[in-house]
Design a protein. Structure first.
Length: 80
């Protein structure tokens, strides 16, 4: 399994409590860890920028899944 390092993850969020923010970060980490990431897609990717708009009643699980999906999509697109 390929290891990747995330040096910094910055989230600009509104409407979440500190506990929800911590849960979100944990879910993102678990989501990324549970996917196979090609070493080619992870190599030399200095930064990614995501813009995800949550629905008003979206929960933390949904938001984490959206973030993980977009990170994986962008990493995989570096192979193309």
């Amino acid at each position: 399994m390929t290891a990747i390092n995330i040096d910094r993850l910055t989230l600009k969020l509104s409407g979440l409590s500190q506990d929800q923010g911590q849960q979100l970060v944990r879910l993102i980490a678990e989501g990324l860890a549970s996917h196979e990431i090609s070493s080619h897609s992870a190599r030399d990717t200095p930064n990614l920028q995501l813009n995800i708009t949550a629905q008003p009643n979206a929960n933390v699980d949904w938001l984490a899944n959206q973030i993980v999906s977009e990170v994986l999509r962008q990493l995989n697109s570096t192979l193309a």
